[in-house]
Design a protein around this ligand. Structure first.
Ligand code: PMP
Length: 463
């Protein structure tokens, strides 16, 4: 409970924020209206400077805080490491980096090397550089193109944006890096193919990638990057048969499969990794958010031994190794946090909990769908779900932006934080998403559902 001077301090902070901080993804009007200042968190609950509490079903706004807020154990592990040794550039064997790599790879059969950096974008940049160097060393520079899928997001840096299938997000930031080629999305609910009797939607959608490979010339394509489940593009689950066809095509043309697990990785979907739902074997896997649940900035680019071998120097070839560094890949706090994070997930059985609670959440959403006709589709895996809002279930046209924004705002007013697509990134702003921390209980899920129910009721009756 705040006294007068604490109020004054907080008012001043809000003023200074408006004057000095340039916020991510925030239009001026929203910042001018005043943003919440979150000051404390515990588990799934986050509190703002006015003392208002929210149940956070967005994992920190962007699918990050997998083990929840307020984990002293992670902070302690970082403190212990930082007071012992904070940093040395990555050409040194670090204790937590070595321990975490070993533990992580136990979860990823078939993969054997961990390359550290600091953000999802950067992890993807590393993957692109590996592909480009493999092309330079082994294919005379010819096999350098990288394919990406419409609606997928791979990051904010110029090359990662060049590999991003969201026109609105890219607009104004070109020219882009050459050699990135788009192929169509696989969102079955917004079907874009006439199917013949013998072909499933998944197979047809995956063949759209093969068509692009054939058009570009298979010997010019080095890799394809995909999200296992598209996150920001609208929680899009791959249709049945999709991944098998993608994997088959990659093998056929010797194209590396890069899996962007920046969102799905480390438990989010009820498996250690999203790709592990689909019985496929990627060559490169990138991950970031859940790696340390937001306690430290750390990302990983994980590869097979074959990829690693292709980038080792041969006798007399001093330039042959991977000529890349990330300064803060040498910060010891990241892997210390990642190791503590992984131990929490194991000890508390959070992967199983995520699967069980994800089913509870999805079952509840199905009930809401039956109740509110503007809910066209609900979908998800583990504690990673999306709700697609449409004007009617038959033509599936997106609702007006104001409805999606309105429901998210009503949830917030009722004390629940959820995410949504945004028209400045994607073609339509009609998909809500939720990703509570993997520690969610029955009571948390039921509370999320009851607040959502209320928000839909208020929005659809226009109260
Ligand atoms: N890949 C995916 C699938 C993402 O969702 C994101 C971030 N939302 C990124 C990459 C980029 O990660 P970062 O913001 O850490 O650079």
């Amino acid at each position: 409970l705040m006294n007068q001077s604490m109020h004054e301090v907080i008012d001043q902070l809000h003023q200074d924020d408006k004057t000095h901080v340039w916020h991510h993804l925030t239009p001026g009007a929203a910042a001018e209206a005043g943003l919440p200042m979150f000051v404390e968190g515990e588990g799934l609950v986050i509190r703002d400077s006015q003392g208002k509490e929210y149940l956070d079903a967005s994992a920190g706004g962007v699918w990050v805080t997998n083990v929840g807020y307020g984990r002293k154990e992670i902070a302690d592990a970082m403190h212990a490491q930082l007071t012992k040794l904070n940093f040395f550039a990555s050409s040194m064997a670090g204790v937590p980096a070595t321990k975490f790599a070993k533990r992580l790879l136990e979860k990823m059969p078939g993969l054997s090397r961990v390359y550290y950096s600091n953000s999802g974008s950067e992890a993807n940049e590393k993957a692109f550089k590996m592909v480009r160097q493999i092309s330079a060393k082994h294919h005379g520079g010819k096999k350098s193109k990288i394919l990406y899928r419409e609606r997928d997001y791979h990051g904010t840096t110029i090359a990662a944006l060049s590999a991003t299938g969201q026109t609105q997000r890219r607009a104004q930031y070109g020219p882009f890096v050459p050699g990135f080629v788009e192929f169509p999305h696989c969102h079955e609910y917004q079907s874009q193919y006439e199917l013949s009797e013998d072909k499933s939607y998944g197979v047809r959608a995956a063949q759209a990638m093969e068509e692009v490979i054939l058009k570009e010339g298979p010997d010019t394509v080095g890799a394809v990057i995909l999200e296992p489940i598209t996150a920001g593009g609208g929680v899009i689950l791959p249709p049945e048969g999709y991944w098998q066809e993608i994997q088959r095509t990659c093998k056929k043309y010797e194209i590396l499969l890069i899996m962007d697990e920046v969102v799905c990785g480390i438990g989010r979907t009820g498996n250690w990794f999203g790709y592990q739902h689909f019985d496929i074997q990627p060559d490169i896997v990138t991950m970031a958010k859940g790696v340390a649940s937001g306690y430290a900035a750390i990302s990983c680019t994980v590869t097979t031994e074959a990829v690693f071998d292709l980038l080792q120097e041969e006798a007399g070839d001093e330039l042959g190794y991977f000529r890349d560094i990330s300064t803060y890949g040498g910060c010891q706090a990241g892997p210390a946090a990642a190791l503590a994070n992984l131990e929490i997930i194991e000890r508390e059985g959070l992967i199983d909990n995520c699967r069980i609670q994800g089913e509870r959440l999805l079952a509840g959403l199905e009930k809401l769908k039956a109740k509110y006709p503007i809910i066209g589709d609900v979908r998800g895996k583990g504690l990673f779900v999306g709700i697609e809002l449409v004007t009617d279930p038959v033509n599936k046209a997106p609702v007006a932006d104001a409805i999606t924004v309105g429901i998210a705002a009503r949830c917030k007013a009722l004390g629940l934080l959820i995410g949504r697509t945004n028209r400045s990134f994607t073609a339509a702003n009609n998909i809500l998403n939720m990703s509570p921390a993997l520690i969610a209980t029955d009571a948390d899920i039921d509370k999320i559902l009851s607040i959502l129910d209320k928000a839909f009721e208020l929005e659809t009756t226009n109260e």
